[in-house]
Design a protein around this ligand. Structure first.
Ligand code: FES
Length: 406
């Protein structure tokens, strides 16, 4: 029992004890009884020991090679998306399996090496320990250190330079396997690139910013069209040629009290009405507009009696077209789509945290956590009677961010 063990050792007595004696004393003081202990390799230079070490080295080698292979795949593999039939499609298809396979085998091999090491080299031991309360005393701290030293020396790791080195290398490379993929997530959010339906990649812009470059932007609805089946020389295939996903909207397309989600559609991507050409393929650009994170806009047609009660925000008095008002659909709280328009109260509701915005008061928040009005898009119609953006938004869309002043 641990309370029968002598504990009041002087510094001198402790200093005179060997590491083995301190380790044994430590187990006794901790209430641990070592019932059975046997060294795995009592005979020095046992050939079986060498074979065991080689087996572990092979697993570690596999782990190292696979970790390096993972990094090579991650950095140099042609991962960019390629459609079926395009050159490089096969390489693209195998990118993710190659990452999974190399990292998986690397982890598995490292795990096998550790398990084998424990089984082959750590002494077999059965110990029984009783728990006790209270803080550690000096003698306990010393003996614990001795026990750790003992574990290190009996594990024989100290004298196995090859395995130690390979284990260290495998550990470092395994760490890289875990950390390296995070590198792809590190991006400069303010590095502007060419403007397109995604804006220039910064939070200040959206697809509607194309207007500042002189692009005529229609307000277009998503009709959900998908690729169509065609009979061609190579047999039946699906194609998006002649399929328009976005269609321009006219004022008369909306009933009074109605709401429609619209996206920016550049003049050169129009393929509907009298400009429809079955040989054109504008589908991809339409999808880019729909996927632009700050592009969705709620086009609301107020009832005339409600429109008479509208309070315009200063500087935005002419942003509407008749009874038609266009507000960003991206909630100014944390960016959910404010999809619900309640025509009786003229309120726009965000389903995420129940913020409510008043469509009769420039999208001003009237309930919930949102603190800023929904930005309003200036709109009008063109000579053909289609609704178009008259300008870009005059403020950033969506939630607040560090650099925003208001
Ligand atoms: S994101 Fe709209 S209320 Fe929170």
């Amino acid at each position: 029992m641990s309370n029968e063990v002598k504990k009041d050792y002087t510094d001198r007595e402790l200093a005179s004890m060997s590491n083995e004696e301190l380790a044994r004393l430590g187990t006794e003081l901790d209430g641990v009884t070592v019932a059975y202990r046997k060294n795995r390799w009592p005979v020095e230079n046992d050939p079986a020991e060498k074979r065991a070490a080689n087996g572990i080295a092979i697993w570690l080698g596999v782990s190292i090679i696979m970790a390096i292979a993972f990094l090579v795949v991650y950095l140099f593999w042609p991962w960019e998306f390629r459609n079926l039939g395009e050159e490089g499609h096969l390489w693209h298809t195998f990118y993710t399996p190659a990452l999974g396979l190399t990292s998986g085998i690397s982890i598995l091999a490292l795990g096998m090496a550790v398990i084998l090491y424990v089984k082959k080299f750590i002494p077999e031991e059965i110990s029984v320990q009783r728990r006790h309360d209270g803080p550690s005393e000096e003698v306990d701290r010393r003996t614990i250190t001795a026990l750790l030293n003992d574990a290190w020396s009996t594990s024989t790791l100290g004298r196995r330079a090859t395995i130690k080195g390979m284990l260290g290398t495998a550990g470092v490379l395994f760490g890289l396997v875990v950390i390296a993929p995070l590198g792809g997530a590190i991006k400069n959010p303010w590095r502007a690139r060419e403007m397109d339906y995604y804006g220039d990649g910064t939070l200040w812009t959206s697809g509607w910013t194309l207007h500042e470059q002189g692009v005529k932007l229609y307000l277009a609805r998503d009709i959900g069209a998908i690729a169509e089946e065609h009979e061609g020389e190579g047999g039946t295939h699906y194609t998006t040629t002649g399929v328009s996903r976005l269609m321009r909207v006219r004022p008369e397309d909306l009933d009074a009290g109605g709401m429609e989600t619209v996206f920016p559609l550049a003049d050169e991507d129009v393929n509907d009405g009298d400009r429809y050409d079955p040989a054109r393929d504008v589908y991809e650009n339409h999808m880019h507009s729909i996927h632009g994170p700050r592009n969705p806009v709620m086009l609301i047609r107020l009832r005339t009696s409600d429109a008479e009660r509208v309070i315009e925000r200063e500087g935005q008095e002419d942003f509407h077209y008749g009874d038609y008002y266009a507000y960003s659909k991206i909630c100014t709280h944390i960016g959910c789509p404010t999809s619900l328009y309640e025509a009786q109260t003229n309120r726009i509701l965000c389903p995420c945290h129940q913020s409510q915005f008043d469509a009769l008061q420039y999208g001003k928040p009237v309930f919930g956590p949102a603190a800023r009005a929904l930005p309003q898009l200036p709109i009008t119609i063109d000579e053909e009677g289609y609704l178009i953006a008259r300008d870009n938004f005059i403020e950033p869309l969506g939630p607040a961010f560090w650099e925003r002043k208001s």
